[in-house]
Design a protein around this ligand. Structure first.
Ligand code: B1M
Length: 212
């Protein structure tokens, strides 16, 4: 498990090239992609979050760590998204207005694409109106909103309210570190999921139940 420890350390130092190399080496040694993601990359990023909160590191260090995380995830992508149960349907996915965090959203995208779901990725800082506009235009089954800041979560309620106001037959799924099932119930969203794998499973279930 030395590789996993090394990846974690290099990620925290923001050493993207080393992360890419070590992730590939771990895969070549037969370490499961899911294990590398959870035990090396996600744990490393969590530790970055703790250091950031304690003001031991600052935004520039977090940014380079995030870049290293994204590079590591790119290497894992083909291994993470291998899945035989393919469904036919689509979603729009984005991080809500005011919020630039995209690592979790990108993981959700990878896992959904692994299930055969077409993902229209709207990126970050996406206003509620844009989610609705694109969802109607692309005729999607689910609107997926990610938020990492407590201050940006209310944009998710705007999405839910617009779906209701326009009487759309589209489910809304929400997620992201500060989001909870309680918040989901409070704003009337259809689904809350707490990680990328369950997000992809729930989206696939919605699509299958819709009969696509
Ligand atoms: Co920011 N940041 N950040 N940050 N950042 C947090 C979120 C924070 C908790 C750090 C802290 O204080 N401990 C804090 C938020 C506090 C709060 O609101 N309660 C914070 C802050 C304050 C800020 C700034 C305001 C800092 C500043 O400028 N002073 C600023 C805001 C910028 C903005 O968005 N407008 C800011 C900036 C940044 C960076 C740009 C430097 C960078 C983001 C880079 C990027 O994303 N490209 C960054 C990072 C990296 C973090 C931390 C350290 C890590 C976030 C992350 O990527 N985690 C974070 C601390 C933490 O979370 N521990 C922090 C890994 C990722 C895989 O997890 O996104 O939760 P996550 O996704 C999970 C699940 O939540 C779920 O699936 C994933 C796992 O499988 N999921 C979904 C996510 N979306 C989903 C959607 C779904 C379903 C599941 O359905 C649709």
């Amino acid at each position: 498990m030395d590789k996993v420890v090394e990846i974690n350390e290099m990620l925290q130092k923001g050493r993207a090239k080393a992360v890419v190399k070590l992730v590939q080496e771990a895969l070549d040694m037969g370490v499961e992609a899911d294990f590398i993601l959870k035990e090396a990359l996600l744990k490393g990023m969590n530790e970055v979050g703790v250091l950031f909160k304690q003001e031991e590191i600052f935004v520039p260090e977090v940014l380079v760590a995030a870049r290293a995380m994204n590079k590591g995830v790119e290497v894992l992508k083909p291994y993470l998204s291998q899945n035989n149960d393919q469904v036919q349907g689509s979603v729009v996915l984005g991080t809500v207005k005011g919020d630039l965090h995209d690592i979790g959203k990108n993981l959700v995208k990878i896992m959904m694409e692994g299930k055969g779901i077409v993902v229209y990725d709207l990126g970050t800082d996406v206003p509620a109106e844009k989610f609705i506009e694109e969802a109607i235009d692309k005729k999607v089954d689910v609107i997926c909103c990610s938020a990492l800041l407590t201050t940006t979560m209310p944009e998710m309620k705007k999405v839910v309210d617009l779906v209701k106001e326009k009487n759309l037959d589209i489910k809304v799924m929400i997620g992201g570190a500060p989001v909870t099932q309680e918040y989901c119930d409070e704003i009337g969203a259809d689904f809350y999921t707490d990680d990328a794998t369950s997000a992809s499973e729930v989206a696939a279930k919605i699509i299958i139940e819709k009969g696509n």
